[in-house]
Write a protein that binds this ligand. Structure first.
Ligand SMILES: [Ca+2]
Ligand SMILES: [Ca+2]
Length: 70
Protein backbone atom coordinates (compact mmCIF):
# COMPACT_ATOMS: atom_id res chain seq x y z
CA UNK A 1 0.00 0.00 0.00
CA UNK A 2 1.28 3.44 -0.82
CA UNK A 3 1.24 6.38 1.50
CA UNK A 4 -1.82 7.97 -0.03
CA UNK A 5 -3.13 8.76 3.41
CA UNK A 6 -0.45 11.43 3.73
CA UNK A 7 -2.34 13.70 1.40
CA UNK A 8 -5.31 13.46 3.72
CA UNK A 9 -3.27 14.64 6.67
CA UNK A 10 -2.52 11.35 8.35
CA UNK A 11 0.71 9.67 9.27
CA UNK A 12 1.96 6.68 7.39
CA UNK A 13 0.55 3.53 8.97
CA UNK A 14 2.95 1.81 11.33
CA UNK A 15 5.32 -0.52 9.55
CA UNK A 16 5.18 1.22 6.22
CA UNK A 17 8.09 3.11 4.76
CA UNK A 18 7.58 6.63 3.55
CA UNK A 19 10.27 8.35 1.59
CA UNK A 20 9.61 11.76 3.03
CA UNK A 21 11.07 12.49 6.43
CA UNK A 22 8.16 14.64 7.44
CA UNK A 23 4.45 14.22 7.75
CA UNK A 24 1.51 16.56 7.61
CA UNK A 25 0.12 17.57 10.94
CA UNK A 26 -2.05 20.40 12.17
CA UNK A 27 0.37 23.25 12.78
CA UNK A 28 -1.15 24.24 16.07
CA UNK A 29 -1.02 20.71 17.45
CA UNK A 30 2.62 19.81 16.92
CA UNK A 31 5.92 21.47 17.84
CA UNK A 32 8.65 22.34 15.40
CA UNK A 33 11.98 20.64 15.72
CA UNK A 34 14.18 22.59 18.12
CA UNK A 35 17.64 22.19 16.68
CA UNK A 36 19.66 22.22 19.88
CA UNK A 37 17.32 20.51 22.33
CA UNK A 38 18.86 17.05 22.12
CA UNK A 39 15.44 15.48 21.69
CA UNK A 40 13.17 14.75 18.76
CA UNK A 41 10.75 17.61 19.30
CA UNK A 42 8.50 16.95 16.33
CA UNK A 43 8.75 13.19 16.77
CA UNK A 44 9.61 12.34 13.20
CA UNK A 45 12.46 10.11 14.39
CA UNK A 46 15.25 12.59 13.64
CA UNK A 47 16.94 14.58 16.38
CA UNK A 48 18.25 18.12 16.00
CA UNK A 49 20.53 18.60 12.99
CA UNK A 50 19.75 15.11 11.75
CA UNK A 51 16.26 16.41 11.05
CA UNK A 52 16.05 18.12 7.65
CA UNK A 53 13.73 20.62 9.32
CA UNK A 54 16.86 22.04 10.95
CA UNK A 55 18.92 22.39 7.82
CA UNK A 56 20.35 25.91 7.82
CA UNK A 57 18.93 26.75 11.21
CA UNK A 58 20.89 27.69 14.32
CA UNK A 59 22.06 24.91 16.61
CA UNK A 60 24.31 24.73 19.64
CA UNK A 61 27.55 26.20 18.32
CA UNK A 62 26.65 27.07 14.76
CA UNK A 63 24.21 26.08 12.09
CA UNK A 64 22.90 22.78 10.90
CA UNK A 65 24.57 21.90 7.62
CA UNK A 66 24.13 18.57 5.89
CA UNK A 67 22.84 16.98 9.06
CA UNK A 68 25.53 18.24 11.41
CA UNK A 69 25.92 21.25 13.66
CA UNK A 70 28.94 23.19 12.46
CA1 LIG B 1 12.61 15.66 14.52
CA1 LIG C 1 15.39 18.74 18.76
Amino acid sequence: MACAALSLGYDCPVGQVCKDTWVYRPLSAWPDEVCDSGVDDDQDGLVDCADPDCNGRACDGGFCVAGFCQ
